[in-house]
Design a protein around this ligand. Structure first.
Ligand SMILES: [Zn+2]
Length: 277
């Protein structure tokens, strides 16, 4: 990328995160399809895939999140000062690593996205180049999810290129689900990219009480579904989110196992439980 990582200070990224959290629409699919069995009925343990976004810029809560006593997925923004170090540390600790790809939102400034972002005004070859460069920049990446992206993930031309590159590189894709108009599930199934969809954002508000409330939303969803993908963030809410998670883990682990993201998406091209459109 032509732009230098140093150009993107913490304040910029925190502003971007704040904007994302203000504007991100949350679309938890509360209702489980008829016929979905609960753990009580089947004796099968529920599964939670925890994903923490926005690593790569030395953000608040990085150390505390990494030290959580469960395995989770570390989503690292490319071309940032600590991108490679965070990915390497996550891998060393046994966490999975994915590329947290900056993508254009409907609202907000493009410069909040950070270097190498995918915007809908780019031509096909530039999009491909940026996706390939981002994957090359993050060691140990086994997948990708979108940072922001309420505009780009609803754009079929853009997402077809992004997902085709993921297919070529053998990556899975997590739809962070920042718009109800996302074309990711449809295109991923068509192209043959294993994918999952976020069910719960933990920390759209930075207040500990809100984050605790979202943990309850997660618990409630687990009553009616077998798998749940949940996304939290380092950055402005990072210290709170890591603290709430740490104290909530024992209760969550009574009914569910924390699994890796690929465990949730396993089984394509059939549609396993856990994939909710
Ligand atoms: Zn993000």
């Amino acid at each position: 990328m032509k732009r230098k990582a140093q150009k993107w200070g913490k304040a910029t990224i925190m502003a971007a995160c704040a904007a994302f959290m203000l504007f991100a629409a949350v679309f938890p699919a509360d209702a489980a399809p008829a016929g979905v069995k609960t753990g009580k009925e089947t004796g099968v343990r529920k599964r939670i895939a925890l994903v923490i976004d926005d690593f790569g810029n030395g953000m608040s809560g990085t150390k505390e999140m990494m030290a959580l006593p469960v395995k989770f997925t570390v989503a690292v923004m490319p071309f940032m000062p600590t991108s490679k170090a965070d990915a390497e540390e996550a891998h060393r600790l046994g966490h999975d690593v994915i590329v947290h790809m900056p993508m254009e939102p409907v609202r907000g400034k493009k410069e909040w996205l950070g270097p190498g972002a995918i915007t809908t005004d780019l031509d096909d070859s530039e999009i491909r180049k940026r996706v390939e460069a981002a994957i090359d920049h993050i060691p140990y990446a086994i997948g990708m999810n979108n940072h922001m992206g309420s505009k780009a993930t609803a754009d079929e031309r853009v997402m077809r290129i992004v997902l085709t590159v993921c297919k070529e590189r053998g990556l899975i894709f997590l739809d962070s689900r920042t718009t109800e108009h996302s074309v990711i599930p449809k295109l991923a199934a068509e192209i043959g990219v294993p994918y999952a969809v976020n069910n719960v954002f933990l920390d759209n508000s930075y207040k500990p009480a809100y984050i605790a409330k979202q943990v309850n939303v997660l618990s409630r969803q687990l009553q009616s579904r077998s798998d749940c993908v949940v996304i939290g963030h380092v950055g402005p809410p990072g210290l709170y989110t890591s603290k709430v998670l740490r104290s909530s883990l024992p209760a969550l682990q009574r009914t569910a196992d924390f699994v890796k993201l690929p465990d949730i998406v396993r089984g394509l091209p059939a549609f396993p439980e856990g994939l909710r459109l």
